[in-house]
Every structure is written in structure tokens, then in C-alpha cells.
Design a protein around this ligand. Structure first.
Ligand SMILES: Cc1ncc(COP(=O)(O)O)c(C=O)c1O
Length: 394
């Protein structure tokens, strides 16, 4: 006999999927058959990828491949257990020391992903005695973490430190107050006003948590991220970043004083109750940090490409204002329009997916172009021409 609740569930799910389809919100997961720098092959077709977060092009760097392969041959593939049980290798410790040194912190802790770093850290630090203020456009993992913490949840207008101040002034009874922001916003490409947020926070005895997933290793004169770009030391923030974007690896991390990191070892559930990152990936991240410490050209190359693309987009009136980062949103408004634009680019051999709600607010669908150090000048020019044609036809 049929299991009725299960049948009901399948019916509900089918209805919801049909609604997504009608609203132009269906998403397809495209299988990549091969990668060569910014070139990918999908269903036999070669495309220039403008949607990867491999900003410095390190994910396929020969040194990272070699180190990862060597470590797999000695340590095996999986890490066998959670960090606290038996999943912490010498390589994990080496990576945490290297991250701490990179950000001039006493210590660091690595999680299996950036999502888990946010979830584990914020829920460990906040409880129902606290208040958390989250930027309206903050990443889903930050919103999820803030909600899961059971702290009183407030949303401040995007990048609006005075609104954050207003909300803080109404929460003086809380044990802890925390402002949560991204360093570089993943879908907007703009940077948080860290100086203003810090000023407001310090005036109200609040903390500032910065998710620098897209700024770490990229922003600042030496790649120390959004705080460096804002001329501020890391130690004034709770600082989080990822290893899966500019470092080309996988994982998330938090840096800070030794007691904070020890506390997270004991209280961050997404650190405690999950299998550690594979040692080969961790070793590759150590190598990536060494490369970035030695070689400036990866970052310089990226910024040259960013300048070139933004210049060409401005000249052709495809970008209203300067974004100031390597993430360039071309906002089109409606989801169906974004889909048509993306499909036209696809025909021209360019992969720039339509970003739609719920990833961005309703009515703010867009193409999100992410520049990498590996894009060539020719690819930039081809993108701009194809985009201009696609906009004219859409
Ligand atoms: C701002 C931000 N924070 C956190 C994450 C999650 O990082 P990870 O992909 O390492 O889980 C992302 C990833 O998309 C992000 O954009």
C-alpha cells in the first residue's frame, strides 16, 4: 500500500517546482566536462566562464596540484574523523598557523566550508540574551547563523551604518550586540563601510563580524582583505574568510586571539560534529598561501583585468557606476530578462548565469560577472561586445 504522507510530500514538491518554473526561477545544475583556466566545456561546448570565484586562478595551479597529489599519496583521500576525534593532521595545524600569520592574529580555526564557519562561529558566540544586526544583503549563511543563534534578529539597510546605530541604540539591555556584514558583498560587489560600522559598534559596545569570503587574499595592498583595504587592523573585528574562493581550495576559517579559537573548538557545533577537510586540500591551501606571500603578480593581474573590464563596460554604458571590486553585477531587473540575456551570451560562448531571487532581492535579477586573474584581454573584449549585443536584442 502507498505511503500517503510520502505521496503527499511528492505532490507538494512537484507543485512548488512548477511554481518556480512559472516564475522563471528554475535552476539547472550544469555538468562541467573539462576546465582549462577560464575555459570550461559543458555538453561538448567550449565557454568562457565568468562565474567562478577562483579569483586568482589558483585552483589549478601546478604547485597546488602537485602538493595535493603528493599528500593524497601519503595521507589518503578522506580525513577519517572530525577534527577533535582524529581528523587534525599536522597539515591542518600548519594551515591554521599560516592563516594566523597572514592576518597578524594569534590563532585561527579551519572549518570544512565557509558556510559552516559562519554557522558554527555565530551560534557559538550568541544566544537568546543577545542582539544580532545583519546587513539586508548579507549571505544566506550569515542570516541562517544569526537566526540559529536565537539572538534577537535585526536587519539594517544595506551598508547603512547610521541605521545600524539606530537599531543598536534600542538594544542596550542585551548581553552582547553584534553587527554582521560581508567585507565584499557576494552579489553586489560593493564593499562594506567597515570604518563607519566599527565606529558605530564601538560607540555602542558592540562587536563587528566580517565575512570576508570575497575580500580575503584579494583586497588590500598585500591581500590581507577588506580590513586592510579600509586601513584597519584585523584584531578590531571578528574575522572570517574562505579557502574556496581566492585560494582555489575548500574550507572556511576564523582568525583571532587564542581564547576565541579555543572557545570555538569547544562550542562551534559545525566544527565539532563534522569530518575534517581532506588533508590534501589543506596542504594545497598552505601552498596557496606560500605562493601569494611570494608572488604579487596574481593579485596585480586580477586588478588589471578588473580595471579593464569596468572601463569597457562604462564606455559602452553597461555599468552605471564603479563597483570597486572584482565582482561586477549587471543588473537587469526581471528574472525572465536576466535569463534571456544569459542565454544570448551562452550562444556567444560566454557563461554568465542569471542570478535571481532568492539569491538576490525580487526585481533585482542580474548577471554577476566575476573577474579572475586568468581572463585574457581578448576574453574581456569579447564579453563586452557580446553583452552589448545581447542587451540590444533583449
Ligand atoms: C559571503 C559568503 N560567505 C560565505 C560563503 C560560504 O562559503 P563556502 O562556499 O566556503 O561554504 C559564501 C559562498 O558563496 C559567500 O559568498
Amino acid at each position: 500500500m502507498d505511503n500517503f504522507p510520502l505521496q503527499q510530500l511528492w505532490t507538494d514538491i512537484a507543485r512548488e517546482l512548477a511554481e518556480l518554473e512559472t516564475a522563471g526561477l528554475r535552476r539547472d545544475i550544469l555538468p562541467i566536462e573539462a576546465i582549462d583556466g577560464p575555459l570550461v566545456r559543458i555538453r561538448g561546448r567550449s565557454l568562457v566562464c565568468w562565474c567562478s570565484n577562483d579569483y586568482l586562478g589558483l585552483s589549478a595551479h601546478p604547485r597546488l596540484r602537485a602538493v595535493a597529489a603528493e599528500v593524497v599519496s601519503t595521507w589518503g583521500v578522506g580525513s577519517r574523523a572530525s577534527r577533535l576525534l582524529s581528523g587534525t593532521s599536522l597539515w591542518h595545524q600548519r594551515l591554521e598557523e599560516a592563516l594566523a600569520a597572514w592576518f597578524a592574529a594569534q590563532a585561527a580555526v579551519v572549518y570544512p566550508s565557509g558556510y559552516l564557519a559562519n554557522l558554527g562561529t555565530i551560534t557559538a558566540l550568541l544566544s537568546n540574551r543577545d542582539v544580532v544586526l545583519v546587513d539586508r544583503l548579507a549571505h544566506a549563511s550569515l542570516i541562517e547563523a544569526a537566526r540559529a543563534s536565537r539572538a534577537r534578529f535585526r536587519v539594517f539597510h544595506h551598508n547603512d551604518a547610521s541605521h545600524a546605530a539606530e537599531l543598536l541604540s534600542r538594544s542596550s539591555s542585551a548581553r552582547r550586540r553584534m553587527i554582521v556584514t560581508e567585507g565584499v558583498f557576494s552579489m553586489e560587489g560593493d564593499c562594506a563601510p567597515l570604518r563607519d560600522l566599527l565606529e558605530v559598534a564601538e560607540a555602542h559596545q558592540a562587536l563587528v563580524y566580517v565575512d570576508d569570503a570575497h575580500g580575503a587574499f584579494v583586497l588590500g595592498d598585500t591581500g590581507r582583505g577588506s580590513p586592510e583595504a579600509a586601513g584597519l587592523p584585523h584584531h578590531r573585528f571578528l574575522y572570517m574568510g574562505t579557502l574556496g574562493k581566492a585560494l582555489g581550495c575548500q574550507g572556511g576559517f576564523v582568525t583571532g586571539p587564542v581564547p576565541l579559537i579555543r572557545f570555538l573548538h569547544h562550542r562551534a557545533r559545525s566544527f565539532i560534529y563534522t569530518t575534517a577537510l581532506p588533508t590534501s586540500v589543506v596542504a594545497a591551501a598552505v601552498e596557496a598561501l606560500e605562493i601569494l606571500g611570494r608572488e604579487m603578480h596574481h593579485r596585480l593581474c586580477l586588478w588589471e583585468r578588473v580595471r579593464s573590464l569596468t572601463h569597457h563596460l562604462h564606455v559602452r554604458r553597461l555599468l552605471p557606476e564603479s563597483i570597486g571590486s572584482h565582482i561586477i553585477p549587471v543588473e537587469v531587473g526581471r528574472s525572465d530578462k536576466a535569463i534571456r540575456l544569459s542565454a544570448r551570451l551562452w550562444q556567444a560562448g560566454i557563461w554568465a548565469p542569471a542570478i535571481r531571487p532568492p539569491t538576490v532581492p525580487k526585481g533585482k535579477a542580474r548577471l554577476r560577472l566575476s573577474v579572475t586573474a586568468l581572463h585574457t584581454q581578448q576574453q574581456i573584449e569579447d564579453l563586452v561586445c557580446a553583452l552589448q549585443d545581447a542587451v540590444r536584442q533583449t
